[in-house]
Design a protein around this ligand. Structure first.
Ligand code: HPA
Length: 237
């Protein structure tokens, strides 16, 4: 037990999917897992363990943003022995080649967050995905016919910029940063710190160039595709 998690040691599987939204964690458990049981309900930040295709898998909500994710991920690794962490989320698009509904595998995660930047003194640490998970996710996404991109994600602490569209993102879109979300860089930094594996898989739900947003039906289908992909990677990892 931790201040944020009532689960007992052994309650989590070695591989955990990490949506931001607690109700999405519940939906994943109810829709995809067999014999799912709730293992955490503290602050309604729901966690479940069940099985997918006969293998034990967990899903734990992280809340929004890097400070919140860092608490849950730190404890999953250090109090519950989790070894494989797969964020499943949504992101905004910063590159015209990436369309709404496309899946982005965050090969790396740039950030404006002090939670990562202030850790390394004079160095700029590059938070990166686990290569094995990334390779497996890319192969499986292609085999499933998903439109998938691997690239540099921005994990920002800011959702509402003062400037419209791409203006709040400086030179990043010109340097190949294709999407923006709010968690992956802290996830990758913690995974590196504790020697475990992590990958962030995101569905692009809103394009910051055109203003296009995914509609509710497409959102559900895309989320299903992304969660299936993450589960397939989780059970093979
Ligand atoms: N910014 C940050 N996070 C996001 C966005 C965004 O535009 N869209 C989905 N997650």
């Amino acid at each position: 037990m931790t201040p944020h998690n009532q689960a007992q040691p052994g309650d989590y599987a070695e591989a955990v999917l990490l949506p931001g939204d607690p109700l999405r964690a519940k939906w994943i458990a109810e829709t995809f897992l067999a014999d799912a049981r709730q293992v955490n309900g503290v602050r309604n930040c729901l966690g479940f363990t069940g099985s997918y295709k006969g293998k034990r898998v967990s899903v734990q909500a992280t809340g929004m943003g890097q400070p919140s994710l860092s608490i849950y991920v730190h404890e999953l690794i250090n109090s519950y022995g989790v070894k494989t962490l797969l964020r499943v989320g949504t992101c905004g698009g910063l590159n015209a080649k990436v369309k709404v509904r496309d899946v982005i595998l965050a090969q790396a995660a740039s950030t404006d967050s002090a939670i990562v930047k202030d850790r390394f003194g004079p160095y700029n640490f590059a938070p990166i995905a686990d290569f094995g998970l990334l390779r497996k996710a890319a192969e499986k996404a292609e085999a499933a016919g998903l439109k998938v991109h691997a690239g540099n994600m921005l994990s920002s602490d800011i959702f509402y910029h003062r400037e419209p569209g791409l203006e709040g993102y400086g030179l990043l879109p010109d340097h190949g940063v294709i999407g923006v979300e709010m968690e992956a860089a802290a996830l990758y930094t913690l995974a590196a710190r504790f020697g475990v594996r992590a990958l962030a898989v995101c569905t692009m739900t809103d394009c910051l160039i055109t203003g296009e947003q995914i509609d509710a039906d497409a959102r559900q289908t895309s989320l299903k595709d992304m969660v299936t992909l993450a589960l397939e990677v989780a059970i093979e990892g």
